[in-house]
Design a protein around this ligand. Structure first.
Ligand SMILES: *Cc1c(COP(=O)(O)O)cnc(C)c1O
Length: 212
């Protein structure tokens, strides 16, 4: 097994145990965007099965031939005109953040008879350039996608502002999830995944620390 991969897995487990959680409470999502195949292959060979991608077309190019082996999560913003491919290709879409997208996804799920699991992305830092529903609108948005479109929301996802301590953002995401009865939290990246685990992350999205 690659040393880097083994060390990321053991850091996740140690952080979970230190937080009084089960060693296997947190799923590693290996973010393979932009990576050449020779960086991904050793980690796939070592047993990693969950990968994150942020562009639909790029993911299809990278994974089409090996699709059955892995769980693929879309973690980047999703344009409505890519919804058809995203529903057809991904196991999980983590970037649901607006009603128009919910409507288009619902239509595609109906048409294709295939339903990716869904996370709502929350823009915890209310950054204008970032995707995600803003925190004060999160409850209403979650209620709408549940009621109007019949979706189950598996989790919430956030990407805290790069220049702020992430802890308060992770705590905010956890509070929004708790009050909406949502169990899963996708939060934490290379620089802060241990903090995210402490705040209750159930999956962490790690790219550069894993692939260099
Ligand atoms: C690229 C990306 C990551 C991984 O970031 P690293 O800092 O390289 O670990 C995680 N989440 C999202 C949404 C990303 O786009």
């Amino acid at each position: 097994m690659s040393d880097v991969y083994a060390s990321i897995l053991s850091r996740i487990q140690a952080a979970a145990l230190a937080a009084g959680r089960a060693a296997d409470a947190v799923t590693l999502v290996a973010v393979s965007k932009l990576q050449p195949w020779d960086h991904i292959a050793p980690i796939l060979d070592a047993g990693q099965r969950v990968f994150g991608e942020n562009r639909v077309q790029e993911a299809m190019g990278r994974w089409s031939e090996r699709r059955a082996q892995v769980e693929l999560r879309l973690i980047g913003p999703l344009q409505s005109n890519k919804a058809r491919d995203a529903v057809a290709f991904f196991d999980v879409i983590e970037s649901l953040d607006r009603e128009k997208l919910a409507r288009v996804l619902a239509d595609e799920v109906q048409a294709q008879g295939r339903a990716p699991r869904l996370f709502v992305q929350v823009n915890t830092g209310e950054e204008p350039q970032k995707a995600g529903v803003i925190p004060t609108q999160a409850d209403a948005f979650i209620a709408t996608v549940r009621k109007t479109y019949g979706f189950e929301i598996e989790g919430l996802m956030c990407i805290p502002p790069a220049e702020e301590p992430p802890g308060p953002h992770f705590a905010l995401l956890a509070r929004i999830a708790a009050r909406n009865g949502i169990a899963r939290l996708s939060m934490g990246m290379s620089d802060d995944f241990e903090t995210a685990v402490r705040f209750g992350a159930t999956s962490v999205r790690v790219g550069s620390a894993l692939f260099g």
